[in-house]
Write a protein that binds this ligand. Structure first.
Ligand code: C2O
Ligand code: CU
Length: 536
């Protein structure tokens, strides 16, 4: 594999924190009880920024009337530039963390919740004991000390709870926020910045008559995952985005537990995608629609300079079956019945509002002001070194991970999550490139209601998607661009549709220890669709 300067620099980097990973051996692994929790700062780690994040159970006003009980992460900067923490004020979301590549950060996570919890930095390449593995969950009153260097390139990452069996409920309750990384190369591009660089966290929620969050009440709902009846953007219902007649950088995160969106502008404008999960694409790419699974990010260049002041535009989620994207067995259409549509769909149980794959608005853009500023979309954004299949250590024996659902459990290679239960096929030699295939009924097919898309996420370094194949019994090959699936660039989460096999190439460099891989439909994750890789 071609080593960039960057990778070599990283190899030289000595991580100074105490790492539990060093004590991990196979097959007897470190257990949750014996894992040395990191609750002391290391004297020889010199952070550029030191922040404190507190998790509390609080009430905040969301609607008129009664305030809503949420689990809120609040933060303050103890050392370093105050801009490291930006808030999305007045909402249930956690503060946005802003750091530059190469910076070192120490984060004190204090748990004031009536439950155990731990945070994971989604998409960031950090040592195993900094990664928020559920075995590091801390109890009420405890503090976890994170210390790591930002090794990732500029991009829109995020962080959220990752607690054993209750990740979905904790993220739903509010334990999630953005983690935005900048770097020199990206800054030299002079993309729209400041108030013209806007994150958009899209989530769905449900509330009872007392304005309290309503979560899943019926077992069957866990199989499809939580589907709310209201869309929130940046923690607000009925979100409106006022814009000027100029270019914007919009960073869209699907922060929902399980809802997949197919984004479309209501005036038919195409999307100009400049980045995905792991940062900028090599060049801007056009898509008519954008399919966005849970945890995925898309960075968009949106130019409103052709719009008149006063005009309005709506970002919608449209039916998945539009533009020829059929789902396995017609499960997702919303018209043909089945799990996701009418049948026993979330719609009816959750109040009938927003079936998965339905047609509903997400938020409105209102053009409020003429702008003089004129900005040109760069033709080239960065260089992405393609990974090569033949350079993978297991090129002859790709690791296949089959995705399946059965009797209230969701499985990877037929196994359910268990702490410290690494099998031989889950051990990966450090500093290797690996081929991994996610098989969602591609080889053996699947039955009726089990046909579901799974947004597969791998902790650790970002990967590249190199192939997406479709089982012809499910449907004919299709145009992924038409379908809105963006498979280019660096990714950490990839939506694997029913009947598909998606092949990715992923480097496993630098850090040893346990790193999770799982479905990011958070209900599936909690139902067991999660495993650990042991990198050694
Ligand atoms: Cu965003 Cu293991 O998760
Ligand atoms: Cu899943």
């Amino acid at each position: 594999m071609k080593k960039t300067m960057d990778i070599q620099r990283r190899r030289l980097l000595k991580y100074t924190g105490v790492t539990v990973a060093a004590a991990v051996s196979h097959p007897v692994l470190v257990s949750a009880k014996t894992a040395a929790m990191k609750n002391q700062p290391s004297p020889n780690f010199n952070p550029d920024a030191e922040i404190e994040l507190k998790m509390d159970s609080v009430r905040i006003p969301i609607f008129d009337g009664k305030p809503t009980r949420i689990w809120k992460i609040s933060g303050n900067v103890m050392k370093g530039n105050k801009n490291v923490l930006g808030d999305i004020p007045g909402t249930y979301l956690a503060p946005t963390i802003h750091l530059h590549k190469g910076q070192k950060v120490r984060i004190y996570l204090r748990n004031n919740l009536p439950a155990e919890s731990i945070l994971h930095w989604h998409g960031l390449h950090v040592p195993a004991d900094m990664d928020g593995n559920p075995m590091y969950a801390i109890h009420h009153g405890q503090t976890y000390v994170y210390e790591f260097e930002i090794l990732n390139r500029a991009g829109t990452y995020w962080y959220h709870a990752h607690t054993h069996g209750v990740t979905a409920n904790q993220v739903y309750s509010g334990l999630a926020g953005l983690f935005i990384v900048s770097d020199d190369e990206e800054q030299a591009l002079e993309l729209p910045s400041g108030q013209y660089d806007i994150p958009l966290v899209i989530q769905d929620r449900s509330f009872d008559r007392n304005n309290q969050l309503r979560y899943i009440s019926h077992m069957m709902q866990r199989m499809q995952g939580f589907l709310g009846d209201r869309i929130f953007v940046n923690g607000e219902p009925d979100f409106k985005l006022p814009v000027e007649t100029r270019a914007y950088r919009l960073r869209v995160l699907n922060g929902s537990n399980s809802r997949i969106y197919k984004l479309a502008w209501d005036d038919g404008s195409p999307f100009t995608v400049i980045g995905v999960d792991g940062g900028l694409l090599e060049r801007p790419q056009r898509y008519p629609y954008l399919m966005l699974g849970p945890a995925e990010r898309r960075e968009l260049w949106v130019d409103f300079s052709d719009y008149k002041v006063g005009s309005e535009l709506t970002l919608r989620s449209i039916p998945f079956s539009a533009s020829g994207h059929m789902m396995g067995g017609g499960m997702m259409g919303g018209h043909r019945g089945g799990m996701m549509g009418g049948g026993m769909g979330g719609g009816r149980m959750m109040g009938g509002a927003l079936p998965l794959g339905g047609d509903y608005p997400l938020f409105k853009v209102k053009v409020v002001k003429q702008s003089q500023g004129h900005q040109r979309l760069p033709e080239r954004l960065t260089t992405i070194e393609p990974l090569h299949y033949k350079e993978a250590a297991n090129a002859d024996h790709p690791r296949r991970i089959t995705l399946s659902m059965r009797h209230m459990s969701a499985l990877l290679n037929g196994r359910s999550y268990k702490m410290n239960d690494v099998r031989a096929d889950e051990v990966i030699p450090v500093n290797t490139l690996q081929v991994i295939e996610f098989d969602n009924g591609f080889h053996h097919g699947m039955h009726g209601m089990m046909a579901m898309p799974h947004p597969m996420h791998l902790h650790g370094e970002q990967f590249q998607v190199i192939k997406r194949e479709v089982n012809s019994r499910h449907r004919r090959g299709y145009d992924t661009v038409e379908a809105g699936l963006v498979d280019s660039g660096w990714k950490d989460t990839v939506l694997v549709m029913p009947g598909e096999k998606v092949t990715v190439l992923k480097p496993f460099n630098d850090f040893k220890g346990l790193f999770m891989y799982h479905c990011h439909n958070l209900e599936h994750e909690d139902m067991g669709m999660m495993r650990d890789f042991l990198i050694k």
